[in-house]
Design a protein around this ligand. Structure first.
Ligand code: NDP
Length: 273
């Protein structure tokens, strides 16, 4: 399992499994157990996904030592608005059945609070309840504001990112500041034709790989962590088998050219939750 070192020295596996929209507790439990059994050591959840308890139970029942698993959860927007960050991480830890997470992310840049919330995230970091802290869905202008008051530089910015939304500007900005970009919805969240796009499938054929593997590889090769979600064993295995081939510079460019700024989720400057 390839690992990346974040700006505070913490190591994160470059491929993780996401569990958004896996609300059913049994399915979430089985998915995480399956993922761990096929080799995943990085799990991405959030308070709002409603499955932290199932994730924690699966981790425990897997028999794998806690310190071998990289666990991310996120601070939901309502807890930002209420200012109850310490309470929110405490509640997440209780549901997860652990005394720390590896990465705690501010889920969205809530307009009224995103500048001030970071001080409270730094307190969480100093308490040891999160080994690293970061943000999600932050645009460069949000990060510019945050960095003016930050003592701790965010370790990660988790953003929507797949070939039709290549996010080159945000990625370049993050890299310039030592913030590691992480892609959510890396497979297009089952909402686009990216997995049957002929450029992608053509490249996949030349490597004897699937379209999903090619687009995950594209992000990894440009220095972006990926957290694809699947509840199926064969796909979990497929999505993890992306470090044994290399895309050529031409193939990387062909994929990057597919960008059409097609956002499938909400815009970070305009969301209503
Ligand atoms: P993904 O891009 O990971 O796509 C998931 C979809 O693709 C599912 O329908 C899945 O189906 C299918 N799929 C998975 N693997 C394959 C494969 N190899 N071939 C074909 N289809 C496949 O979307 P997500 O939105 O789930 O994003 C990933 C993770 O990112 C989330 O689970 C969550 O942890 C995080 N996230 C973070 C957000 C944020 O605001 N920070 C927002 C949204 C997501 P099936 O399960 O049936 O296999």
């Amino acid at each position: 399992m390839e690992k990346i070192t974040l700006n505070n020295g913490v190591n994160i596996p470059s491929v993780g499994v996401g569990v958004f929209r896996v609300e059913d507790a049994q399915v979430a439990y089985e998915t995480v157990k399956l993922a761990l059994s096929v080799g995943y050591r990085h799990i991405d959840t959030a308070m709002i996904y409603g499955n932290e308890e199932a994730v924690g139970k699966a981790m425990k029942d897997s028999g794998i030592a806690r310190e071998e698993i990289f666990l991310t959860t996120k601070l939901w927007n309502d807890d930002q608005r209420s200012g109850k960050v310490a309470e929110a991480i405490e509640a997440s830890l209780k549901r997860l059945g652990t005394d720390y997470v590896d990465l705690y992310l501010v889920h969205w840049p809530v307009k009224e609070t995103y500048k001030n919330v970071w001080k409270k995230m730094e307190e969480v970091y100093k308490s040891g309840k999160a080994k690293a802290i970061g943000v999600s869905n932050y645009q460069p202008h949000h990060l510019d504001d945050l960095l003016q008051i930050a003592e701790v530089i965010p370790a990660v910015d988790q953003i929507e990112c797949y070939p039709y939304l290549s996010q080159e500007a945000v990625i370049a900005y993050c890299k310039g500041k030592g913030i590691y970009p992480e892609a959510w919805g890396p497979l297009g969240a089952g909402k686009t034709d990216i997995l049957v796009n002929p450029i992608i499938t053509g490249i996949a054929t030349t490597h004897g790989k699937s379209a999903a593997q090619v687009i995950l590889r594209w992000n990894l090769q440009r220095g972006v962590i990926v957290i694809p979600k699947s509840i199926h064993e064969a796909r979990l295995v497929e999505n993890l088998s992306v470090t044994d081939f290399t895309l050529t510079a031409k193939q990387m460019e062909e994929i990057s050219k597919l960008d059409k700024n097609l956002r499938l989720g909400s815009h970070p400057d305009n969301f209503n939750f």
